[in-house]
Design a protein around this ligand. Structure first.
Ligand code: PEP
Length: 263
């Protein structure tokens, strides 16, 4: 279902009317985690200024340590819905448990499945039935074929509104959190008709890498980027060191504008 063999041409996925794929370069931005209404609204304004048309923000945070901030849950979803009402930006947010899919779908415009859950097949199937587009991140230890097969689990349930997201893979290299597999973008685009975007924030794990990796993603033909921004990253409850701030915002907007649709 997701293979380009049986589906010539490239698909465009619409998230509450916002296109991802085709001739578009879609920027998704927002805080890594929803912390407070004020922080989320401020981050959404930064996202908008950076050229983003979709707001990201985690209410359920799958953290490596069980002692780290796990997200606000439904309270976070409500904050996202309020910020959408205020800014008009559709919301992309992660769901980590099949049992929560319906709840998250009640608030979200797009369901995100994170790297750690790429092969959580019950979750993929539930997301496939939720009636929302799905952003499927590549497992940090997954091959491109495994990633596309994970997408197939969603598609099999009748949902072809899937956007693939390359977010770095685990290699021997320790200078970055994960290694952005830039070649995965054209490879996945040749094997599948689904749009492919890049997460330069979670792959590099460092603010200084986010803009260079965004340029690389766009240059290689990605259909978009998903980027962390935060009004006060030094106090962020999650991944502050990778969040864009201040001047970075204008620069990201410039990068995005360069590749704005020609039509
Ligand atoms: C995220 O985008 O919030 C996230 C946790 O990303 P990943 O699943 O790629 O680590």
């Amino acid at each position: 279902l997701v293979s380009s063999e049986h589906h010539p041409g490239r698909s465009t996925v619409r998230v509450a009317g916002v296109p991802v794929g085709g001739d578009n370069m879609t920027v998704i931005a927002g805080p890594c985690a929803v912390e407070t209404p004020e922080q989320t609204l401020e981050a959404a304004r930064m996202a908008r200024a950076a050229g983003a048309s979709l707001l990201r923000g985690g209410a359920y945070k799958p953290r490596t340590s069980p002692y780290a901030f796990q997200g606000l849950g439904e309270t976070g979803l409500k904050i996202l819905a309020d910020v959408r009402a205020e800014t008009g930006m559709p919301v992309v947010t992660e769901v980590v448990d099949a049992a929560d899919v319906d709840l998250v779908a009640d608030y979200a415009d797009m369901l995100q499945i994170g790297t750690r859950n790429m092969q959580n097949f019950a979750l993929l199937q539930a997301a496939g039935e939720a009636g929302r587009p799905v952003l499927l991140k590549r497992g940090m230890n997954a091959t491109i074929e495994e990633w596309l097969m994970a997408a197939e689990y969603i598609a099999q349930r009748g949902n072809l509104d899937i956007v693939l997201c390359e977010r770095g893979i685990r290699t021997f290299e320790k200078a970055t959190r994960n290694t952005l597999d830039i070649s995965a973008v054209p490879v996945a685009q040749s094997l599948s008709h689904l749009p492919v975007i890049v997460d330069p924030s979670h792959s590099g794990g460092k603010r200084d890498l986010v803009l260079p990796l965004s340029r690389a993603a766009i240059a290689v033909g990605a259909d978009g980027v998903i980027v962390d921004v935060h009004p006060a990253p030094e106090t962020a409850l999650c991944d502050g060191p990778q969040a864009l701030v201040g001047d970075d915002i204008g620069e990201l907007a410039g990068i995005a504008a360069t590749f704005a649709p020609l039509v």
